[in-house]
Design a protein around this ligand. Structure first.
Ligand code: PLP
Length: 440
């Protein structure tokens, strides 16, 4: 639905004055105004105040897995809010949607990851996992085991712990103080992990955290065997393995959880985003039966960690319905199949444009790299943002990664995308690449 030009202008103005946007260029927002003010969505499409319809190649922030405009999710939220919107879960109080969602997640999660601590998003899930890992070792009589190892190019969120675990330098440079006891290793190198353990001492390390597929760091897909070897290294050294499935969970990679590609069960698994497809904030940390049992047996007093909204009744009711939709519509399998279509399209584009380097997908998460064909290195000026801008003009939203030596376009469309919509995505991308090619 288009809204009147004067209302649109008024919104742009108020946005500039009052809305500090997350992970945005404040200057650009102030000078140019919001590029889109969205008003509605349906399936893989969004519409803005000017009536422009765009194909969402990113499912917003890798999270709107079931697509936009799902009335069922609005209805379940309405019903739950009318009955009991919220009641806290501190002091062992409970509510039905949280209990049922915890049980459903235990059914879906790999191995014996059977207990969940709820949060409101991915960053909270990360900080919760670090604290739980340290608490666990403390209870077991190893209070020195507190360091958290993470990977370069990994992204874990923006809380102070999550920022410190993140391995993308501009996120560190934004602030002048990080949390202590975080160390980083090379992205796919198990040697680097072994060396780090040697250097820091296993007796000082609580956990290693990894995204099965790095998302914000440029969609870096681990080579076969990597996660299995990491599992072995962690076991040999009494280090907990934490999988950050905030992006990869709930079908994104063509499996319900990405760890399933490798048959690896982590000790803790983090989720957020796709658990509610963004219809309401929710996240969590799953732990194995073993850890859960030990936490119960060894703890004394109160677990002094909890968010007001841990186990939020309405959020959990929406989560349950969202998972029901994912299962009912076979969206995990659709993700696998459409991921193959997407890769086919990327390969066609690579054959047409000599400045496309590596292309990759795993289910419906993917990337194409921009490479100077003459030097076989990155262009002096980033090309991916130019392609993204041309794509947006033509009605396709994608994101770009331009740090740590990357010049990459990343993709993560809603899992409901069909073959025709993939073709539309590729076709708009082709036009955007052609427009940029002329300027290279
Ligand atoms: N972990 C991963 C792998 C993510 O991609 C993100 C966000 O993109 C987060 C954690 C942080 O989640 P949130 O933005 O919900 O705090």
């Amino acid at each position: 639905m288009m809204i009147k030009t004067d209302v649109h202008e008024m919104l742009i103005d108020l946005d500039k004055k009052h809305f500090i946007h997350p992970t945005s260029s404040l200057k650009q927002q102030h000078e140019s105004g919001a590029p889109f003010i969205f008003t509605s969505g349906s399936g893989v499409y969004l519409t803005d105040t000017t009536g422009k319809k765009v194909l969402e190649g990113m499912a917003s922030l890798w999270n709107v897995n079931v697509g936009y405009g799902r009335k069922e999710l609005a209805e379940v939220a309405y019903e739950q809010m009318s009955k009991l919107a919220f009641t806290n879960s501190f002091s062992s109080f409970s509510n039905e949607p949280a209990i049922r969602l915890a049980a459903k997640l235990a059914e879906l999660a790999p191995g014996n990851l059977n207990a969940v601590f709820f949060t409101s998003g991915g960053s909270e899930s990360n900080d919760t996992a670090y604290k739980l890992a340290r608490y666990y070792w403390k209870l077991k009589g190893f209070p020195e085991k507190k360091k958290i190892i993470s990977r370069k190019k990994g992204y874990h969120g923006v809380n102070i712990g999550a920022t410190s675990a993140t391995g993308i330098s501009p996120f560190h440079a934004m602030t002048n103080s990080l949390a202590p006891d975080f160390v980083h290793v090379d992205t796919f190198s198990t040697d680097s992990l072994r060396e780090c353990i040697q250097k820091e001492g296993a007796e000082n390390i609580a956990a290693f955290i990894t995204e099965p597929v790095q998302g914000a760091g440029g969609v870096n897909i681990a080579p076969d065997g990597y996660l299995q070897e990491v599992r072995e290294i962690c076991d040999e050294n009494n280090i907990l393995l934490i999988a950050d499935e905030v992006i990869t969970g709930f079908g994104r990679t063509g499996k319900m959880f990405a760890c399933e590609h490798n048959g690896v069960t982590p000790d803790m698994m983090l989720f957020a985003k796709g658990v509610t497809s963004g219809y309401i904030p929710l996240g969590g940390v799953m732990v194995t039966d073993t850890i859960h049992r030990e936490l119960v047996d060894l703890s004394d007093g109160v677990l002094l960690h909890g968010y007001t909204y841990s186990g939020h009744a309405t959020a959990c009711a929406v989560g349950l319905k969202n998972i029901e939709i994912i299962e009912r519509e076979n969206l995990v399998e659709n993700s696998r199949q459409m991921g193959e279509e997407l890769l086919k399209g990327f390969k066609e584009l690579k054959a047409e444009f000599d400045f496309i380097g590596e292309v990759r997908t795993l289910g419906l998460i993917g990337a194409i790299e921009m490479v100077n064909p003459v030097t076989n290195a990155r262009f002096d000026t980033l090309v991916a943002p130019k392609v993204s801008a041309e794509a947006a003009k033509r009605g396709l939203i994608v994101r770009t990664v331009g740090f740590e030596g990357m010049d990459t376009i990343v993709f993560s469309p809603p899992l409901v995308i069909n073959k025709q919509e993939i073709q539309e995505l590729i076709s708009i991308l082709r036009d955007a690449l052609a427009a940029v090619q002329e300027s290279l």
